[in-house]
Ligand binder design. Structure first.
Ligand code: NDP
Length: 245
């Protein structure tokens, strides 16, 4: 199936920010969207927003660090719509801090969310895509996967892992599957400046207010990768505000 209309698209991290904007955009283009995140109230609000304007959406409370939860997300797509065409692995947390702060719980959360979470998504969706002989992974990394800036090394390392895992998956995917890496630069979401050390969070929030682009810029990039004809794989997209170094 080409284009976006009629596709069944599951997204993690769809309760706010880039995931929410992408879900709304894809639903407006006629996709059936299956939204995963931990905050039930926020998920329900996004589902309501989409369905109120005639779109097709359902929400599943999902913690991506749980294999079972990812299996439930993919299962909801199969139960609701009979197939899964795209999994957008977007859930993330920007809990940045200097090493000396020893915020080891934040380090663990970024490793678990970005690396284990991505692998859980691959584990849940790959057998479905193989069975269908079609499917697309869209994995959200960051410009931090290309340039390391202090004090973001742990965040950057986990996003670099997303980039590496995506490229390896692409090489093994064969002719039936598509694998896309989307790397946003500064994007205006509630996730920027939330978590991590207070000083680092405040600095990120300051930069966000100065230079960030709207999440719709990333939603459009993801839609572009999905709407290509079968057999065309947009492997990598980096989107940043022009003022970002
Ligand atoms: P938000 O904080 O708005 O969104 C993050 C989303 O991830 C939320 O929906 C959150 O939902 C979800 N999430 C976090 N942890 C988990 C988890 N363990 N299980 C399930 N869902 C989870 O921030 P953004 O929209 O900015 O972030 C989206 C992605 O974009 C992230 O991967 C981020 O690293 C990446 N990115 C963002 C940039 C930016 O400048 N904004 C720049 C580069 C990359 P809930 O809390 O309800 O679970």
């Amino acid at each position: 199936m080409s284009g976006i209309g009629g596709k069944v698209i599951a997204l993690t991290g769809a309760s706010s920010g880039i995931g929410e904007a992408t879900a709304v955009h894809l639903a407006e283009r006629g996709a059936h969207v299956v939204l995963g995140a931990r905050r039930k109230d926020r998920l329900e609000a996004v589902v309501e927003r989409i369905t109120a304007s005639g779109g097709s959406a359902r929400g599943v409370v999902v913690d991506v660090t749980s294999r079972d939860d990812l299996a439930r997300l993919v299962g909801a797509a199969l139960e609701g719509f009979g197939r899964l065409d795209v999994l957008v692995s977007n859930a993330g947390t920007m809990a940045v801090s200097p090493f000396d702060d020893l915020r080891q719980d934040d380090w663990d959360a970024m490793v678990a969310t970005h690396i284990t979470g991505l692998l859980n998504g691959i584990g849940a969706a790959l057998p479905v895509f193989r069975r269908q002989r079609s499917g697309q992974f869209v994995n959200v990394a960051s410009t931090a996967a290309y340039v390391v800036k202090s004090p973001q090394a742990v965040y950057a390392a986990t996003k670099t892992a997303v980039k590496v895992l995506t490229e390896g998956l692409r090489q093994e995917s064969g002719p039936d599957l598509r694998v896309t890496l989307v790397s946003p630069g500064f994007t205006n979401t509630e996730g920027v400046g939330k978590g991590g050390s207070p000083e680092a969070a405040a600095e990120l929030a300051r930069q966000r207010d100065e230079i960030a682009m709207p999440p719709s810029a990333i939603a459009s990039a993801i839609a572009y990768a999905i709407e290509q004809p079968e057999g065309i794989d947009v492997s990598e997209i980096v989107v940043r505000p022009t003022v970002q170094a």
